[in-house]
Design a protein around this ligand. Sequence first.
Ligand SMILES: O=C(O)CC1=CCC(=O)O1
Length: 258
Amino acid sequence: MTAVEVSWSEAGPADAPVVVLSNSLGASRAMWDPQVPALAERFRVITYDTRGHGASPVPPGPYSLDDLVDDVLALLDRLGVERAHLAGLSLGGMIGMRLAAREPGRLDRLALLCTSALLGPRQNWLDRARTARSEGTASLAPVVVSRWFTPGFAATDPATVDRMQAMIAAQPGEGYAGCCEAIADMDLLADLPSISAPTLVISAREDPATPPEHQQAIAEGIPGAELLTVSPGAHLANVEQPLRVTGALLEHFDGGTR
Ligand SMILES: O=C(O)CC1=CCC(=O)O1
């Protein structure tokens, strides 16, 4: 499939090093709102909506992970950006790993949050895709959002949970389904040893969607990768732990070590 022109925004100085933020399944680029202001003090921050999500085009699925990578590369080309840092959460991290393995020359530093290199069972993703197409994403949103936050966070900040559930329900069924099919057919385990970008892997201890052993496997597979675990936190750890996650991203993209 040819690349689509994804919808994007930018913040920060135009001449600063570029950080691209890649969203999870079911989210728009607004999921990065807790990180953008601080990152934009030092970086040109580019957020975009993965195809099938937010304001991006929704071509008929299935999509492949390589399609989603092609969209990011096309965006960088359109913006005249030769190299960038990239942070991706969940599906965004899968896109980041594949991009890092395929096009190492386009990537400086990589941050992988709450993601996986192999997320089965395949049939579950195909079933979820079918439900998204037949019943819409609103039917999936309550279960999906229950994995995004710990019960403690949901009790103290129900407004954020409601907002995130509405975000999931607003995603087009076809776009969500196409991305589920990309995950169904994804296996990045063989890509990990060839990733040369300095990589920070962020894990959330209470994440039921991509449990910490998935990030452990990624950190063991990518040469020199660093692993940071935050807690409490579930799948959308950047929202539940904004200060911790933003601080870690700033330090990593600045080239520091913890
Ligand atoms: O929605 C989920 O179950 C968790 C998830 C997998 C890939 C992604 O982006 O979110």
